[in-house]
Write a protein that binds this ligand. Structure first.
Ligand SMILES: Nc1ncnc2c1ncn2[C@@H]1O[C@H](COP(=O)(O)OP(=O)(O)O)[C@@H](O)[C@H]1O
Ligand SMILES: CC(=O)N[C@@H](CCC(=O)OP(=O)(O)O)C(=O)O
Length: 322
């Protein structure tokens, strides 16, 4: 990390600015955790944000790592609408990999810089509660096992940790409101839910592509910027991991987050660079423009936001790994 990258943090992210501007939720996807050096540079970025007066909250994924571990257990990884079909047995593997391995690695990397990171899952202090998620695929609700739809977020523990100068590192597992069990939650979905519940200014999603490609997989032309309404129109056409990821961006900007960005986590220090308002890499999602005074005088002419029910969006794609 260069000193100039740290200095490049925008002025509105100074410690003196309002709390919303300081709170940043950063999600590191499992696909972006391809080598130790990249993970270390991510940890370095998070610590630099913290030292610059921001309040970073890290949410991590681990999809490929879970799939590899399932395979070692002789289990096949299957996805519907970008979400893992999670049997009760697979749920044990999911929790072990996310909370026992991936989260521990990130906490260790951040804490090389000092006693900052505290690992937790959504189960802790009932931070994330979910009910069974039944995605609608080809017009019908489908049972994909222990996959949760977030029904409540309690930010008390997160705020306590932030007030104590810590960096929470959250695994996307929720307490179940239906029974005594737990639910697997897509990490992008969890990050967006935490960002909106905390009233974060920014949501950064680090993945293994340069952003949302307009014509994937045929072209790598990145869509630079989308309003909430533009993204909503695109969502039904998306597939695989991009469905929950872009649905998460939409939820965030429709629920108070100023900006949600999908960035290439394979690039070193992508998180820090992603905070710069003039940074043009990746895909940036912004809320719809507020109606102008003229629109307010003629409401029938104003463009309207449709309501956004939260939760990972089901789509008709199906994928089996490897
Ligand atoms: N329109 C698209 N633009 C970019 N990537 C896409 C698109 N549609 C599907 N993908 C796939 O989504 C993947 C990212 O989602 P995912 O695998 O869940 O990543 P992560 O682990 O970072 O959450 C990409 O690697 C790519 O294969
Ligand atoms: C329900 C569901 O699909 N959960 C995800 C949780 C991890 C995740 O989201 O990891 P990435 O961000 O690396 O994809 C899974 O089991 O893979």
């Amino acid at each position: 990390m260069t000193a100039s990258a740290a200095q490049a943090l925008p002025a509105r992210h100074s410690a003196a600015s309002g709390r919303k501007d300081r709170l940043t939720v950063i999600k590191l996807g499992g696909n972006a955790m391809v080598d130790g050096e990249l993970e270390a540079s991510f940890a370095d970025d998070v610590v630099r944000m913290h030292r610059a007066g921001l309040q970073p909250v890290v949410v991590h994924g681990g999809g490929p790592q879970i799939s590899a571990e399932l395979e070692r257990h002789g289990l096949t990884a299957t996805f519907r609408g970008g979400l893992r079909v999670t049997t009760p047995r697979a749920m044990g593997v999911v929790r072990m990999v996310l909370a026992g391995r991936v989260q521990r690695e990130l906490v260790g990397l951040i804490n090389r810089h000092g006693p900052l990171a505290v690992g937790m899952t959504g189960e802790d202090a009932d931070t994330v509660t979910a009910v069974r998620h039944l995605p609608v695929i080809e017009g019908r609700p489908v049972d994909i096992g222990r996959v949760g739809e977030i029904s409540a977020v309690d930010t008390t523990l997160l705020r306590t940790l932030l007030a104590d100068g810590r960096i929470p590192v959250v695994s996307p597992i929720a307490r179940s409101a239906d029974d005594d069990g737990i639910y697997n939650v897509n990490a992008d979905t969890a990050a967006a839910a935490l960002a909106s519940a905390l009233g974060a200014g920014e949501l950064l999603l680090l993945t293994d592509v340069q952003g949302l490609y307009a014509d994937w997989p045929d072209s790598h032309e990145v869509i630079e910027r989308l309003t909430a309404t533009e993204l909503e129109a695109l969502l039904p056409e998306l597939s695989h991991g991009m469905t929950p990821k872009m649905a998460a961006c939409l939820h965030a900007v429709r629920h108070g987050v100023d900006r949600a960005r999908v960035l290439d986590g394979r690039v070193r220090h992508a998180a820090l660079a992603g905070l710069r308002p003039d940074e043009r890499s990746g895909t940036t999602v912004v809320p719809d423009a507020k109606p102008s005074p003229i629109d307010r005088m003629a409401p029938h002419m104003a463009s309207r936001n449709s309501t956004c029910a939260y939760g990972p969006q089901g789509s008709s794609d199906e994928r089996t790994d490897p």
